[in-house]
Unconditional design. Structure first.
Length: 375
């Protein structure tokens, strides 16, 4: 007998395979028209129990740390790209046997590890194009005094004797295809002499090509033209675009308190389970809420952090203790950032397959909490 969702104990993540496949079909269309290769950004989503669904559509994984590199190599396959803002010698020793491409963040790191890595992997260098598209300064890789990538005035053509590719990561949830193409044109002009000597170019992630009504074909044709002009293989590193809208964080109302406003306290916390809601001050969306609802509530967490809340919204009917709520679009940058703040129960992770069957991917208990803090 299969798992009955109505009987599951909250909190839990429910990943929906059908939505995931819809996103992946859009990614396939982009690949087919543009000729670009797509590698999944594990910093956004590393829930490897879903990789059998994703693998047929994408070309591999890209990572920001050594454990992600190993996970991508072991559980996804295809191409394994390694990038880090700063590698230690121990990191290099760990990722080198597993990586097809190793991308360095600085000239000094490239120089330090070039001799060790040059014969075993295709090497790349992250470049700061000094142009970007990001809604918040915190996520802007071209912000003033950025530590991310090498600025153009530090480069000369001799660098192409050491690296096969460049990586530009300069977008964050960019839904504007024209804004992206403008940055692409800037790169084409500013770095033309380098591009014509390279084999590949990664344009990073943050291009929200699965956003509703996004002009995928326009993006694809721009990438194709760029690739043909400079004779480089283009890579994209999507994360959010692949898993957007594919998972809910399901919680239960465990209390309702009033202090000027009604607050429904749920058995979860942004600080522990949906950290970006807190960091970026972007309110969550609740499936059961209603824009025209007459009953307003703060959806508050059960952590001790005073400002820890998911959102303010309204409902058609008063909320009840014991009622479940679905916090939508909770796949990206959630499961990879889970923590044990306040010793709260960690959400289980479930996967609703396209045939409606529900699989348990993982669940956590006290022993997991205890093990993170000592032997």
């Amino acid at each position: 007998m299969g798992i009955n969702e109505s009987q599951l104990a909250t909190p839990y993540f429910m990943i929906d395979e059908s939505t995931l496949i819809n996103n992946l079909e859009t990614a396939k269309l982009l690949k087919d028209i543009s000729g670009a290769k797509l590698v999944l950004a594990l910093k956004c989503f590393s829930t490897w129990g879903t990789f059998e669904t994703i693998k047929p559509y994408l070309d591999g994984t890209t990572s920001s740390g050594p454990f992600e590199v190993r996970l991508g190599h072991e559980t996804f396959g295809g191409e394994t790209h390694a990038y880090s803002v700063g590698y230690s010698q121990q990191d290099i020793d760990a990722v080198l046997p597993l990586s097809d491409k190793i991308i360095f963040n600085s000239l000094s790191q490239l120089d330090a590890y070039y001799q060790q890595c040059a014969e075993q992997a295709s090497l790349g260098l992250r470049i700061n194009p000094e142009k970007s598209y990001a809604g918040q300064d915190l996520a802007n890789p071209a912000r003033p005094y950025s530590r991310l990538g090498v600025k153009p005035d530090l480069l000369d053509l001799s660098i192409t004797e050491k690296v096969d590719g460049f990586m530009f990561h300069m977008n964050c949830e960019n839904k504007d295809v024209d804004a992206f193409i403008a940055i692409l044109d800037h790169i084409s002009v500013t770095f033309a002499a380098y591009l014509d000597k390279l084999n590949w170019l990664s344009l990073g992630g943050g291009i929200f090509f699965t956003y509703p009504n996004y002009p995928v074909e326009k993006l694809a044709l721009a990438l194709k033209a760029f690739s043909e002009k400079h004779k480089v293989q283009i890579y994209l590193e999507p994360g959010e675009a692949i898993i957007t809208r594919s998972a809910d964080l399901v919680v239960t109302v465990i209390d309702i308190v009033e202090n000027g406003k009604l607050t429904a306290i749920v058995d979860s916390a942004t600080e522990a389970h949906r950290l970006d809601t807190l960091i970026y001050k972007e309110p969550a969306s609740i499936y059961e809420a209603s824009e025209e609802g007459q009953y307003p509530y703060i959806i508050g967490s059960c952590s001790c952090l005073a400002g820890d809340q998911f959102c303010e919204t309204q409902f058609d009917q008063p909320l009840q203790i014991g009622q479940k709520l679905h916090i939508m679009d909770s796949a990206g940058y959630t499961m990879v950032k889970l923590n044990w703040f306040n010793g709260l129960k960690m959400p289980s992770i479930y996967y609703k397959r396209i045939d409606g069957q529900i699989e348990l991917l993982n669940e956590f208990g006290y022993d997991d909490f205890k093990r993170t803090l000592g032997k």
